[in-house]
Design a protein around this ligand. Sequence first.
Ligand code: ADP
Length: 339
Amino acid sequence: MEGASSFETAPQSPPEEDFERTLRPKDFSEFLGQNGVLEPLSLMVRAAQEREETSEHILFTGLPGLGKTSLALALAQELGAPLKMTSGPALNKSRDLVGILSQIEPGTLLFIDEIHRIPRDVEEYLYGAMDRFQLEWTLDSGPHARLLKLDIQPFTLVGATTREALLSPPFRSRFGHAFRFEPYPAHELEQILERSASLLKVALTPEACAGLAQHARGTPRIANRLLRRARDVAQVETNGPIDASVVERTYQLLDIDSLGLERTDRKILHALVLAAGQPLGLKNLAVAIDEAEDTLEEVFEPWLIREGFLARTPQGRVILPLGRDALGLAPLPEGDSAS
Ligand code: ADP
């Protein structure tokens, strides 16, 4: 089981990465749910194949763990395209980008994760590559300045981001298609869990499957992580299938309560209570719970907001009556600003 760190933010250990890789859908048929993205994407692939053209550049947006990387990999498989994967933070210098783009094969699907983290000057190199499959850069300055051009092979850029708003408008406009990933409904998470259990060759009862989907926050990555923990419990404690009692025991060990709140969620709600009705800004709240601002915004808040435990207001974050209730606190008197 995890140590002191929160279940959701525990760093991915190498076995955890292997585990994710094992469960990754290989093609569109294995990518379950998320039809709002899958259907238009399949249509686009068919149209591009019929026209024998390289597909337009694509942007995937959505919270972490919803399947952006998995779908990009499945897309390369469907297109029969060579795949090159990198990430915004890895493209720190323009030469990192030039190194990749100058060597790609025709029709390559270039996947850039966390694309909002590409530095602005590197991003500008991408414009010519995306528009005309050409890299352009200026050598020297003043009267000796020369514009160099390098043709590159046609490619499709698939960018993934959790923060679409951080993309500059000129960059954003170069993607022919943008698809937004939404949290999965419980029945889709159950299908994903059944597939994962069968790949892992573990027995999972329907009740246990529903129980795991219930606290997976609409996120396949969390569903699979919970399944992994439940598998450990079943193996060590009962040596039987993952059933409802194993799931219950797993939640107990992970300190996840009956509402699905884990330790960090409760810390967030407590910090808001301690602010005595004053809205807390992102920075202050992050300091109060000792988490990075990005993690707070991308990992914890979306679910707490969806479930009605807290709200973002122009003044800052406030706890809602359901949040107080979850902590076992009495409702605030009518008319109080924090309720
Ligand atoms: P993201 O790139 O959005 O952070 P990933 O693609 O890495 O998310 O997905 C995390 C894990 O969740 C993957 O390893 C995969 O096993 C699983 N997963 C995500 N989406 C699906 C899906 N639609 N069907 C099956 N498994 C999925």
